[in-house]
Design a protein around this ligand. Structure first.
Ligand code: UGA
Length: 402
């Protein structure tokens, strides 16, 4: 099948499925699922690089852990000297940072990665770069500004908001890096694949504020935090905006298939998402609350509260209204079609958060800020109930049944 730019990769790409793979950002949410998936293939040698590898399971066969920052002098040179393929996952991909720490976001998504692109091009290493669905911007529009049903890799326009809306710093930085990669592919011999993930969710996503991070995580962790604290789930702008959620297990399966098919996937941009799970954020909140109530029947009923976007995120925030991927290309090239629905995914996710965090949150909310016991009777009862449930969830997890 003829595809734009493909002839340029003839004779340049890694000809066989590569054996030596470096994963940059291996300690993040996606990396902590991807590396164990790659380790199932015993013929692969994987170097897992991250300044914090805490989320990545230890002792995986064929995996070497390298706990360093990718900006460490000489590191990218060393990595691209040995690996045949570099999977680049590093980014600050949390919307709360885009308008509050835009310079750090631009560096992490663009500046720090340009040297990687150049090294991969010079050495003909296959760069599998994780970009973002955010590059499509506010909604799916064609070149003439007409609405499209879904976001299509090689057709949909990239429609970001004004520069003063700093929400789009991340998308702009990601888009520019995509263009740098594309240009190196077209004009400097770089074998590449760009992946645009659409709201991948699963266990170990983000952090809980005040426990293992500070600030505002992505929506899933925000809602789990609220549920575990028995606080209202905050719906930005009423929660009418829509997202399409993809199970992380199905996501890493697709990435594994990309690695197995270099000739088909090089020179391509691929959406990975699940258009069948297109829901409003309000619907996500209700589904998560339902899954939480099933696991924690003693918890008080979930409450929902509408918040204004700028109050929640600060000035310069903006939003994608609707984000539905076309996955026709991924289906065609990878034989991949995600199947897991939200009700199928959410129980494992809830169990993961409860197992890891509920006891600690319970301990903290059971104390007044000054350290004394809370006098709020409802909160205290709930605190005790949650501690017991967390212990139960831990026992389940220890027995491998969770
Ligand atoms: C983010 C990143 O910017 C993307 O690059 C990334 O691909 C995507 O997450 C992802 O998870 O894959 P976004 O979907 O806007 O994009 O991030 P979330 O923080 O998960 O927010 C989703 C929606 O929920 C937004 O409309 C947000 O305003 C809303 N939200 C968030 C709430 O209503 N309440 C909250 O407590 C948090």
């Amino acid at each position: 099948m003829a595809r734009a730019g493909h002839s340029r990769f003839d004779g340049r790409a890694v000809p066989e499925p590569p054996r030596r793979v470096a994963v940059l950002g291996a300690g993040g949410f996606v990396g902590s699922h991807l590396v164990p998936h790659l380790a199932l293939d015993r013929s692969l040698e994987v170097v897992a690089v991250d300044r914090d590898l805490g989320k990545l399971a230890a002792g995986l066969p064929g995996v070497t852990r390298l706990p360093v920052d990718i900006t460490t002098p000489g590191l990218l040179d060393e990595i691209t000297g040995r690996a045949q393929v570099v999977v680049s996952l590093t980014a600050l991909c949390n919307p709360a940072l885009y308008n509050t720490q835009p310079l750090a976001v631009i560096d992490a998504s663009y500046t720090d990665l340009v040297p990687l692109v150049k090294l991969c091009a010079a050495r003909r290493r296959w760069l599998i770069h994780f970009s973002t669905c955010e590059v499509y911007g506010r909604s799916a529009l064609d070149g003439a500004g007409r609405r499209m049903r879904a976001m299509v890799e090689d057709q949909t326009a990239l429609c970001l908001g004004p520069v003063a809306r700093e929400r789009w710093t991340y998308a702009a930085a990601k888009q520019l890096l995509e263009r740098v990669i594309w240009a190196h592919g077209q004009h400097a011999g770089l074998p590449f694949t760009i992946v645009r993930p659409f709201n991948v969710i699963g266990p170990r996503m983000d952090f809980i504020p005040g426990v293992d991070g500070e600030g505002i995580p992505r929506v899933l962790a925000c809602f789990m935090d609220a549920l575990m604290r028995a606080e209202p789930l905050r719906l930005v702008g009423g929660g009418r905006q829509r997202r399409s959620f993809l199970d992380v297990g199905e996501f890493v399966t697709a990435v594994g298939r990309i690695l197995d098919h270099p000739a088909t996937c090089q020179g391509e941009i691929l959406n990975l998402g699940n258009p069948r799970n297109d829901v409003t954020i309000r619907a996500l909140a209700r589904a998560l609350a339902k899954a939480f109530a099933a696991l924690q029947p003693e918890a008080p009923p979930a409450r929902f509260q509408t918040v204004d976007a700028e109050t929640f995120y600060g000035p310069g925030y903006d939003d994608s209204v609707v984000r539905v991927p076309s996955i026709a290309k991924a289906a065609r090239l990878l034989g991949w079609r995600p199947r897991r629905s939200l009700p199928e995914m959410l129980p494992d996710i809830v169990t993961d958060y409860v197992t890891r965090y509920a006891a600690e949150i319970a301990a903290s909310v059971g104390q007044e800020p000054g350290g004394g016991p809370s006098t709020h009777p409802r909160r205290l009862r709930w605190t005790k109930a949650r501690s017991a449930s967390a212990a139960r969830a831990r026992r389940l997890a220890a027995g491998g049944g969770a």
